[in-house]
Design a protein around this ligand. Structure first.
Ligand SMILES: Nc1ncnc2c1ncn2[C@@H]1O[C@H](COP(=O)(O)OP(=O)(O)OP(=O)(O)O)[C@@H](O)[C@H]1O
Ligand SMILES: [Mg+2]
Length: 209
């Protein structure tokens, strides 16, 4: 079912890409060019997201990949979309790359994005800072931390946030963290946890060397 949906998306997406290419030659002012650029970026993203569904129910593809590239892409994506006027959300990235792991880049990006998205959600309407850090630990494992200075997770809810269907958001599905942990733990023998903190929230991924 998921794979069929992905397949069905393919035709309109490539058609859209064709129309945008056509527009690119005709957009003759700066705003038009910018809009075309954004549209092309969103189409590329739609393509990537459609590919995610193909992976459901299949063994993950293992390849040599650089986590730093994934962190760059995810932070850039959210930076372009967080509000910048009244409540500023700053997203900083600190890496000591390259951060090579064996894994499925589509799935890992999905997991990291789910956690960063939650940090963005936590700062909605108030503003704040998000720090994404990637580093290689002395034993060779890759550690990724996502820290925000939002309200944090109340102590009595900390055990439940990884449960599928658990959400405190009006429009939340409660899928993000459950999916992210499944991707990291089951498909990559790694771990994803909420670290104890008295302020804000800090999530930690470990990908084994
Ligand atoms: N950075 C964070 N700060 C505060 N609370 C958080 C943070 N990340 C997760 N949570 C809590 O964990 C819950 C579960 O997160 P999860 O991503 O699984 O679902 P969701 O964000 O509510 O919905 P969605 O399926 O759209 O992701 C959230 O509803 C929220 O209460
Ligand atoms: Mg979420």
């Amino acid at each position: 079912m998921a794979r069929e949906s992905a397949h069905q998306l393919g035709t309109p997406i490539s058609s859209l890409a064709g129309w945008v290419e056509l527009l690119a030659d005709r957009a003759n002012d700066e705003l038009g060019q910018r809009a075309v650029g954004h549209m092309a970026g969103d189409i590329e993203r739609l393509e990537r997201v459609a590919h995610r569904f193909e992976r459901i129910g299949r063994p993950p593809q293992k390849e040599d990949l650089d986590v730093e590239t994934i962190l760059q892409r995810v932070t850039e994506y959210f930076r372009a979309r967080v509000p910048t006027l009244s409540h500023t959300v700053q997203i900083a990235l600190k890496t000591s790359g390259p951060l090579q792991v064996k894994g499925d880049p589509v799935l890992i990006e999905w997991a990291v994005e789910a956690v960063v998205k939650n940090a963005v959600d936590a700062l909605a309407g108030r503003g704040g800072r998000i720090l994404v850090e990637g580093e290689r630990l002395p034993e060779g494992d890759i550690r990724v931390r996502v820290t925000d200075d939002g309200p944090g997770v109340p102590r009595d809810l900390r055990k439940r946030i990884f449960d599928a269907g658990f959400s405190t958001k009006e429009r939340g599905w409660g899928i993000g963290l459950a999916l992210a942990r499944r991707i990291v733990a089951e498909s990559h023998r790694g771990s994803l946890a909420l670290l104890p903190s008295s302020r804000g929230a800090r999530f930690e991924f470990i990908f084994p060397a």
